[in-house]
Design a protein around this ligand. Structure first.
Ligand code: NDP
Ligand code: OXD
Length: 309
């Protein structure tokens, strides 16, 4: 069985080595050394060029390098009769929770104000805020959102969530569906976006939704850049509606030179590394799915094409 690996941004040789170590029988090929297209039965991909996946006539499994699959579904011609699996990995989940906690606490503990005071040589005691007075709103209550929610609750924050389907999670004020988005947003002192990027969620952080947040709210987007309308976010920051934003993902990656986010005093930019798939951690689940394919068992961590995630 031949596996093709394609990614413009992952260390593909390391991924090939990790997979070969677990499955020496597998014929692992790195794009563009594809060989006979008809021999490729599994493709491990990230943002594949349009048409690549369609070019393998005997493809039986598509596997994403990461948790999000928007970069694969962006190709309208992917073979939708072929199962698509994504990554669900405990280490990645913990990495994302670290990121969320880091930036929630940055806001909550007023780090930016203290750094500014330090630069000015100013000793100013800032009154602490009870975490129980802060509502952290998580958009997207899936693998990542629900783990982060538990840790935030553990630190004493109030947590609200918004998902597609109804949830009942102890200690979390849960909202679901478009009709309850407004009620959710009105509560959030910090809005954390952990949604998949789909046609329904593209541009969801926009002038209208930002205006529904309480004045002084903070936005953390660790999902996809396409969730944010950049100009609307900049307007909300510049008009002092928002107190700040942490952005890991961008409409255009890498973030282009000269983009206002780079130098905005209220924006923290990180280079799409909130949580990474690491070959040693993720290769076992990829090989497991290949073995399942070979032995006719159900493939795990499947994407639902109708939902788009
Ligand atoms: P999941 O599929 O487990 O969870 C997605 C959540 O979003 C679910 O709760 C789902 O609701 C909700 N959702 C989806 N569509 C809608 C909608 N239209 N309205 C309301 N809620 C919706 O995804 P993960 O938690 O594993 O990952 C989330 C995203 O995080 C990934 O798609 C990826 O883009 C991003 N990511 C970013 C990383 C980074 O380094 N920056 C790293 C890893 C992931 P329901 O539960 O009802 O289905
Ligand atoms: C992912 C990512 O989706 O790293 O896993 O963005």
């Amino acid at each position: 069985m031949a596996l093709l690996i394609y990614s413009p941004s992952h260390p593909v040789a390391d991924w090939a080595a990790a997979i070969r170590a677990l499955a020496p029988d597998l014929d692992v090929r790195l794009w563009p050394e594809v060989g006979d297209l008809a021999e490729i039965e599994v493709a491990l991909v990230w943002k594949p060029p349009a048409g690549l996946l369609q070019s393998f006539p005997n493809l039986k499994l598509m596997q994403s390098f990461g948790a999000g699959v928007d970069g694969i579904l962006a190709d309208p011609n992917i073979p939708r009769h072929v199962p698509l699996a994504r990554v669900v990995d405990g280490n990645l989940t913990v990495g994302m929770t670290e990121y969320v906690l880091l930036h929630v606490l940055h806001f909550h503990r007023q780090v930016a104000a203290m750094q500014q005071n330090q630069r000015n040589g100013k000793w100013q005691w800032l009154p602490p805020v009870d975490p129980g007075q802060r509502i952290i709103g998580i958009m997207g209550m899936g693998t990542l959102g629900s783990h982060a929610a538990q840790k935030l609750l553990g630190l004493g924050f109030q947590v609200a969530s918004w998902s597609r389907g109804l949830k009942a999670i102890d200690g979390v004020t849960s909202f679901h569906g478009d009709e309850h988005l407004e009620g959710f947003l009105r509560l959030c002192n910090v809005l954390v976006c952990l949604l998949p990027l789909t046609p329904q969620t593209r541009g969801i952080i926009c002038r209208r939704t930002l205006s529904l947040l309480p004045r002084g709210a903070y936005v953390i987007n660790a999902a996809r850049g396409g969730h944010v309308v950049d100009d609307d976010l900049l307007h909300a920051l510049d008009s002092d509606w928002l107190s700040g934003a942490t952005l890991d993902v961008f409409n255009e990656e890498p973030l282009r030179d000269g983009h206002p986010f780079w130098t905005h005093p209220k924006v923290t930019v990180t280079p799409h590394n909130a949580a990474d798939s690491i070959p040693a951690h993720v290769a076992p689940q990829i090989v497991d799915n290949i073995r399942r394919l070979q032995t006719g068992q159900p493939i795990l961590r499947l994407v639902d094409y109708t939902r788009g995630y």
